[in-house]
Design a protein around this ligand. Structure first.
Ligand code: SF4
Length: 267
C-alpha cells in the first residue's frame, strides 16, 4: 500500500521538496510532522513577509484597486523594498495586461490516479488565444534561465494549464517570470505541444514513483549542506540551528525558493 495518502494533491512545491530530499517530503507531507526547529533566520522571515505582501498588492491591482491606495499601503510599510517593487511593477508593461485575466487562481488536473495542482499568480488569455502564465518573484539574486527551466514550477504550471482548460486544440503557452529586483530582465519560456506532452509524461512517472515508495525508501539527502536550511534537522540528527547567510549561492539550490503561493524568498 502506498505511503502517500489517497487523493494527495501534488504540486510544484511538494515535487520540488521530493527532489530536494525524499525524507523531507516524507516528514512534511506523509507524516505531517510539526516543524521542531526555527524555520528561517530573521532576514529570511522578512523576505517571506515582504514577498507575500508584494503579491497581495499585485493581486489587488488586478482586482481593480485604486493605484494611489496601493502606493500608499506600500509606502507605509517598514520595508522600503515594497514601494520600490510596486513602483517598478506599475511602470512595467506587466501592469497593463489585456485579454482575459485570472489573478491568483488555482487549477487542478487529474492524471490517472494523481491530482496535480498549480496556484498561479496570473493567467492571461490573449485575444489571439496565446496563453501566458505570469509569476512574480522577489529574488535577491537573479536566477539563471537554466535554474528556472529545471524547477518543477516550469513544468507543472504549463502542464496543468494545457490539460485543464477546456480547449479542443493546442494553444501556444508561455511562462513569464518577472523579478521585482530585476524588472528589465523578465524570463520567458515557451512550450510546444510536444514539450507539454513530454513534461506531463515525466510528471506522471515522478508521481507514480513517489506513490510506489516504501517508508524506508524516503531516505535522507546525501547533500548534507541542504540540511542547514531544513526545519527537520533534529529529526535527522543533522543539527538544530538554522542557516543565516542569505548571500550565498546555495539558496538557489534550495527547494523552498519556489514555493506554493509565493511565500518564500523567491516568491
Ligand atoms: S534535515 Fe536533511 S535529511 Fe533531514 S529532512 Fe531535512 S534535508 Fe532531508
Amino acid at each position: 500500500m502506498s505511503e502517500v495518502p489517497e487523493n494527495f494533491l501534488f504540486s510544484q512545491s511538494n515535487l520540488q521538496t521530493f527532489a530536494y530530499c525524499r525524507r523531507r517530503f516524507y516528514l512534511r507531507f506523509v507524516k505531517r510532522l510539526v516543524w521542531p526547529a526555527k524555520l528561517h533566520s530573521p532576514e529570511h522571515e522578512q523576505d517571506l513577509r515582504a514577498g507575500t505582501f508584494f503579491h497581495q498588492l499585485i493581486h489587488q491591482h488586478f482586482l481593480g484597486f485604486d493605484q494611489d491606495s496601493l502606493v500608499r499601503q506600500a509606502s507605509q510599510d517598514n520595508d522600503p523594498r515594497i514601494l520600490q517593487w510596486l513602483s517598478a511593477f506599475l511602470q512595467s508593461c506587466f501592469s497593463r495586461l489585456e485579454g482575459e485575466i485570472f489573478p491568483e487562481t488555482s487549477f487542478t488536473i487529474r492524471s490517472g490516479s494523481h491530482l496535480l495542482t498549480a496556484q498561479i499568480d496570473l493567467l492571461q488569455i490573449k485575444t489571439d488565444q496565446h496563453i501566458i502564465i505570469y509569476d512574480w518573484k522577489t529574488s535577491r539574486k537573479l536566477p539563471s534561465v537554466e535554474t528556472i527551466k529545471s524547477q518543477f514550477q516550469s513544468q507543472v504550471y504549463p502542464v496543468v494549464i494545457a490539460f485543464r482548460l477546456p480547449l479542443n486544440k493546442y494553444l501556444p503557452i508561455s511562462m513569464v517570470y518577472w523579478e521585482a529586483n530585476y524588472p528589465d530582465q523578465p524570463i520567458k519560456l515557451s512550450f510546444r505541444e510536444s514539450d507539454l506532452q513530454q513534461a506531463k509524461t515525466a510528471l506522471v512517472q515522478q508521481m507514480d514513483e513517489i506513490c510506489s515508495l516504501q517508508a524506508d525508501e524516503f531516505y535522507r539527502t546525501a547533500e548534507i549542506r541542504r540540511c542547514d536550511w531544513c526545519e527537520y534537522r533534529s529529526y535527522c540528527d543533522r543539527g538544530t540551528r538554522p542557516e543565516t547567510d542569505l548571500s550565498t549561492d546555495n539558496i538557489h539550490d534550495y527547494e523552498q525558493i519556489i514555493p506554493e503561493g509565493g511565500t518564500e524568498p523567491w516568491g
